[in-house]
Write a protein that binds this ligand. Structure first.
Ligand code: ATP
Length: 277
């Protein structure tokens, strides 16, 4: 398949010195990260590191406390609501919880963003819906209700809906969760195939290291507010870095701490004893 990547082009998403805090806890503390056009980029890291938060920052749903987040050269946190709305049409999102609307059929679910965001005549909406469902292999399921779909099929219909408006980029949050090995294999291939065939840029947040590494061109590993490693999938696979080793191989011991950030244990016990007295 023809590869449309222009490696000299600016990154589609450019993040610099990102700082984002929840309460007193810094979720991101000086993160630099690029999403290259045409590529599949994976964001990995231990649970609670802020991977979903990062996607929400890129999508402009939340704002950083410091730093720059550019999409297509535009500073996302500074955009007006109207411009942000337009920009979001160019970003497809497939969230794990991004359920289909249960009281309308597959056709109407995929047609939903087209009817919502465009003035296209119904005839053209129909052609586009058929095209998107064909791309995910579910044209035959057009009349089914969401309750009649398997989990894997529902995820693929959600994918057809996410590409309905021909976005430039699609962000997947845990796309493989809850899938049996066969649907997982199909989804993995589909994400890569759609990326290349539609000239998309894809960002995947996932804990499924093997599946994600199989289709990612580039991987970022986040931990404790920082990018701890990044590189091409090939290079990371060969890396002896303890972060990479621990994360890629799911090792319990390594630089990633088991405990959520907490006050000193001794101090906590002493304080607890004093409170009881
Ligand atoms: N709305 C919120 N209010 C307060 N804290 C939040 C909120 N959403 C997330 N957090 C906190 O921010 C941190 C990052 O959460 P996030 O969901 O981005 O992590 P994650 O890396 O995607 O986790 P996982 O891999 O488990 O899905 C977590 O410590 C979480 O407790």
């Amino acid at each position: 398949m023809q590869n449309r990547i222009d490696i000299n082009a600016d990154p589609l998403v450019e993040i610099r010195n990102l700082r984002f805090v929840r309460g007193k806890r810094p979720i991101f503390d000086g993160v630099d990260l690029d999403i290259q056009r045409g590529k599949v980029t994976a964001i990995m890291g231990p649970s609670g590191t802020g991977k979903t938060t990062l996607l929400r920052l890129i999508g402009g749903q939340i704002r950083p406390h410091q730093g720059s987040i550019k999409f297509c050269g535009e500073e996302v946190p500074s955009l007006s609501l109207r411009r942000l709305y337009q920009l979001r049409k160019r970003m497809g999102m497939l969230f794990q919880s991004g359920a289909l609307l249960t009281d309308i059929n597959v056709f109407d679910n995929v047609a939903f963003p087209l009817r919502e965001h465009t003035d296209l005549p119904e005839r053209m909406v129909r052609d586009l819906v058929l095209m998107k469902l064909q791309a995910v292999g579910l044209r035959g399921a057009i009349d089914l209700m969401p309750s009649e779909l398997s989990g894997g099929m529902a995820r693929r219909v959600a994918l057809a809906r996410a590409i309905a408006l021909d976005p430039m980029m699609i962000m997947y949050d845990e796309p493989f969760t809850g899938q049996d090995p066969i649907s997982m294999g199909a989804l993995v291939q589909l994400i890569r195939l759609l990326n290349d065939a539609l000239g998309l840029t894809s960002v995947i947040v996932s804990h499924d290291v093997k599946e994600t590494a199989a289709i990612a061109d580039y991987i970022y590993i986040l931990s404790q507010g920082k990018v701890v490693e990044h590189g091409s999938t090939e290079d990371l696979m060969k890396s002896s870095s303890p972060w990479v080793q621990q994360f890629m191989n799911g090792l319990p011991d390594g630089p990633v701490p088991f405990h959520y950030q907490a006050p000193d244990y001794q101090d906590d016990l002493i304080n607890l004893g004093m409170e009881k007295e």
